[in-house]
Write a protein that binds this ligand. Structure first.
Ligand code: PGA
Length: 255
């Protein structure tokens, strides 16, 4: 098994029906390649985006993902969306544990682990976000922080199932700031993450896709994606413009 190369768009709470249309128009010439392209809009647009991708015959190239999901299967959880519902809409990917979910909505690593478990159980692919804050980096805690975000997931699902998880390393200080990690810094951290997993299973470490996220744009993506342990990216702001996003998807080709 070779590592999957993935470029995922995280629209966050941005975009509207007009963006769904303009994005697909902008990406209509995207060629089939080794890159799995995923667009994650807010819940209300999942179905429309998926249908329009199919109608445009882009469904082999572009996939749709959600930005979060409930750990519960069903029941009295007002406002939540289940894996079951995503399956019903043929949504196959879910971002889990984004730093905004962790910091603004107080999601703990244990809750994130339960969500990853629910996602895998439903046959969907989780994109697990991890990353340290500026303060954690400057106080030398990067490795312990990343470990504290990864280990509860491995404990919950087992190391073998961990190969079905896509990881996105997103240093919190680089998200939405216009200051990405340097390619050397990102590579160093990705290498560390892979070694951390290798301590538990070499094969899973070798095969798992590690994306980088945090101020990736059309100008810096090539250098980031050229790093040996970076298998693609999770893109926020730059994924709201079809032209930029297309350049980023193309830069991941041939990895
Ligand atoms: P950004 O966001 O590309 O706007 O920094 C990335 C993310 O939060 O996933």
């Amino acid at each position: 098994m070779t590592r999957r190369v993935i470029v995922a768009a995280n629209w966050k709470m941005n975009g509207d029906l007009a963006l769904v249309d303009s994005m697909l128009l902008g990406l209509k010439d995207l060629e089939s390649s080794n890159v799995e392209v995923i667009i994650c809009p807010s819940f209300p647009y999942l179905s429309e985006l998926n249908q329009k991708i199919k109608a445009a015959n882009l469904n082999e190239i572009i996939h749709v993902g959600a930005q979060t999901v409930s750990k519960f299967f069903d029941g009295a959880h007002t406002g939540e969306v289940s894996t079951n519902m995503l399956n019903d809409l043929s949504i196959k990917y879910v971002i889990v544990g984004h730093s905004e979910r962790r910091s603004v909505y107080n999601e703990t690593s244990e809750q994130v682990a339960s969500k990853v478990h629910a996602v895998l159980k439903a046959g969907l692919s989780p994109i697990l976000c991890i990353g340290e804050t500026e303060e954690e980096r400057s106080s030398g805690k990067i490795e312990s922080v990343l470990m504290s975000q990864i280990q509860p997931v491995i404990d919950e699902i087992g190391i073998k199932n961990f190969s079905d998880v896509i990881i996105s390393y997103e240093p919190v200080w680089a998200i939405g700031t216009g200051n990405p990690a340097s390619s050397a810094m990102a590579q160093e951290t990705h290498y560390f993450i892979r070694q951390l997993i290798a301590k538990q299973c070499d094969q899973v470490a070798a095969n798992i896709s590690l994306l980088y996220g945090g101020s990736v744009n059309a100008a810096n993506c090539e250098e980031l994606f050229a790093q040996p342990d970076i298998d693609g990216g999770l893109i926020g702001g730059a994924s709201l413009q079809a032209e930029q996003f297309k350049i980023i998807c193309s830069a991941a080709k041939g990895k």
